[in-house]
Design a binder for this molecule. Sequence first.
Ligand code: NAP
Ligand code: GDD
Length: 342
Amino acid sequence: MSEHTALITGITGQDGFYLSRHLLNQGYCVHGIRRRSNSFPAPRPEPVGADAAAAAQVHHHIGDLLDPIGLRRIISNVQPTEVYNLAAQSHVQTSFEDPIYTATVVAMGTLNLLEAIRDYRDASGREVKFYQASSSEMFGKASETPQSESTPFRPRNPYACAKVHAYWQTVNYREAYGLFACNGILYNHESPRRGENYVTRKITRAAARIKLGLQERLVLGNLDAERDWGFAGDYVLAMWQMLQQAAPDDYVVATGRTHSVRDLLNGAFGLLGLDWHDYVCIDERLLRPVEPTRLCGDASRARRQLGWQPRVSFATLVHMMVEADLAAAEREQTLLAAGYTA
Ligand code: NAP
Ligand code: GDD
């Protein structure tokens, strides 16, 4: 039996996938919490081949951050040495439409988990390390660029406000109860497993489907928005590294470079020999009431203390995502040709 047992909330999400693969490679016994049902799932590709084999090694538990009793039961059964809290209503635009639900899951859900861990640790005498998925969105209307661990938070949407709550709860459990608890303040990270309603994947998927004649137009919001985009596979390494340090701390994880939505469009459509101007239209309903100021991270502490650095460039990331979406579009086309409809 492995001496390292990880419990991941949000196992069905993008980061849950990459983190579980990394921990399995490190010899961990990996457990994940998934919801029994979800009325509004973010479509993500099913794992195939080696990915499916890895996913099959994860022990799944039905649970919800909103069910504190269930969380306690899972923790005392699993006896984790590390808990990674990745679960969230993580879509910013949705948080404007559904602020109370978002705040309940992100803020109170994290508190439910922290309480369950504290009680388990106190009752069992076993140390449990805790990772909280904090977000660059917490900087919001940032007073400086790039942002570091010392930049004040000024959140600009319900999701970010709730993440600030969860951040400070995590710090408080470290300081008040001596829990080994870390915040990873991660900037946008993407992959072929990104949900289809985030801008990167929305663009790469649309470009591929337009190329194959499966889609005619792409409707977007703010094309001037800029983000510091990295690869999710790189970022989960930082999560794990934080919990391997001698002492807990909080870390910004970012590439330090920003690109605009237009850059994304140029990259994705350009790879397929298409001009995005011919296909993209703007729908004002996709504009957000407010946007953060230029989010660009200074990951010096992570580089210095964790030895972490991003390996995948923006161009390679876009290439990787377009390639995966082109393969998915080709499968879709084959199924359509064979008479299958969604
Ligand atoms: P994601 O793909 O949206 O995954 C979110 C996960 O949370 C899904 O597995 C979802 O389950 C689960 N979940 C939602 N509500 C839940 C609840 N009430 N109880 C239990 N599970 C619940 O997000 P991600 O991109 O992997 O991000 C992981 C975490 O990092 C999130 O907390 C996000 O806010 C944070 N973060 C992400 C980024 C980024 O750029 N990706 C940057 C900074 C911070 P279903 O499959 O059932 O929906
Ligand atoms: N989703 C989306 N859809 N965004 C669009 C669109 C569109 O059609 N058109 C333009 N955008 C712009 C948004 O206005 C935003 O400025 C930018 O593209 C990125 O949007 P998202 O991909 O939805 O990501 P996000 O930055 O709001 O949030 C993601 O990153 C955060 C870290 O900074 C999420 O993963 C959050 O959970 C995460 O905390």
